[in-house]
Design a protein around this ligand. Structure first.
Ligand SMILES: NC(=O)c1ccc[n+]([C@@H]2O[C@H](COP(=O)([O-])OP(=O)(O)OC[C@H]3O[C@@H](n4cnc5c(N)ncnc54)[C@H](OP(=O)(O)O)[C@@H]3O)[C@@H](O)[C@H]2O)c1
Length: 303
């Protein structure tokens, strides 16, 4: 399959491109491309006029995995117009253009569309986004499914190694612990992240089975952000007490955060006929990738 991955310099896009590149022809799309990545790259500002039709006509993919976004929650709060362009209008345009050309589409969304008051959310539950990021991502989901009901919209939560070393919570804990910098972890915010490398096989299965519609794609096991930091410390041989457990309420965060982002993944597990990769297996692999100098391989691609 020829797969176009937008945001292929970012946390998710780069790892997907590397993993899927073993079995598929990958074309990354980026405005600031990496240095000599092992896949083809189409340089494009996705917000430029006519960028999407031109990109699809030049690259002729069988499927698009749309990862490019404004993924920084506080940056979205500061620039809601740009967040709306990137997270809502752009996915809608990609869906319109993919539908017109018969190209498969996996659009990436977030668990953050829920307010996290109860947890256990299914795809049928009503979202209630608490911040600009989540609101614009929800608008993006709706725009995609309206333009292209046969697209997949996957609500995810992720961690992994990135080229910049600063894109995931796992890197925040690892580099802080390594450099003896103080690190705090929220003991009252639950999430269910999946290692980005593990998502590649799931998206591949979803495309091959021609799934469509909304799916929750998170780890079946969940934990607090503090516990996640402790798990990182233990795997890398750091002192877990170096992480201070704190309450999210004690932080003056610019954008409100959802406390219990636990999503029900039953629909996807049923439709794929298998269990989803969980956070603990992901943490093991995250450490194993480190022992294989994977973070250096990624940072070496920064121009
Ligand atoms: N990170 C998480 O914890 C998390 C959790 C849930 C859902 N998600 C979702 O997962 C997806 C991927 O997130 P991520 O963490 O991989 O984000 P990321 O690391 O910030 O990567 C975003 C990518 O989009 C690119 N991009 C942004 N604007 C662009 C434009 N106008 N033209 C071309 N490329 C552009 C960025 O390029 P530049 O570097 O040049 O800006 C970057 O490569 C997003 O949809 C996000 O909402 C992420």
């Amino acid at each position: 399959m020829r797969i176009l991955i937008t945001g292929s310099s970012g946390l998710l896009g780069l790892n997907l491109a590397l993993e899927l590149g073993a079995a598929h022809q990958i074309i990354g799309a980026d405005r600031n491309p990496l240095q000599s990545p092992p896949f083809e790259v189409a340089v494009a500002d996705l917000l430029a006029a006519d960028a999407i039709p031109a990109l699809l006509d030049e690259t002729e993919p069988h499927a698009v995995i749309h990862c490019a976004a404004m993924a920084n929650v506080d940056a979205c709060e500061s620039d809601p117009e740009m967040a709306a362009c990137l997270n809502a209008a752009l996915p809608g345009e990609i869906a319109v253009q993919c539908a017109r050309r018969g190209i498969g589409l996996v659009h990436i969304s977030t668990d953050g569309v829920f307010d996290g008051e109860t947890g256990g959310y299914t795809e049928e539950d009503q979202p209630n986004p608490l911040n600009v990021y989540a609101r614009t991502k929800l608008d993006g989901e709706r725009a995609v499914l309206e333009a292209m009901p046969q697209a997949v919209v996957a609500r995810i939560n992720i961690f992994g190694w990135s080229a910049s070393g600063s894109r995931s919570l796992a890197e925040f804990f690892y580099y802080g612990l390594r450099d003896s910098e103080p690190r705090k972890g929220f003991m009252d915010v639950y999430f269910c992240p999946v290692l980005v490398n593990h998502l590649a096989g799931v998206f591949e299965d979803m495309l091959q089975r021609r799934l469509s519609g909304l799916y929750h794609l998170v780890s079946p096991a969940c934990l607090t952000k503090y516990e996640f930091g402790v798990q990182i410390a233990e795997r890398f041989g750091f002192d877990p007490t170096a992480i201070e457990p704190v309450s999210v309420a004690d932080f003056g965060l610019q954008a409100a955060r959802s406390p219990r982002l636990m999503l029900d993944t039953g629909k996807l597990q049923r439709d794929l006929g298998r269990t989803l990769p969980d956070v603990y297996a992901g943490l093991d692999r995250f450490h194993e990738l480190f022992t294989q100098s994977y973070p250096q391989r990624l940072s070496g691609m920064l121009a």
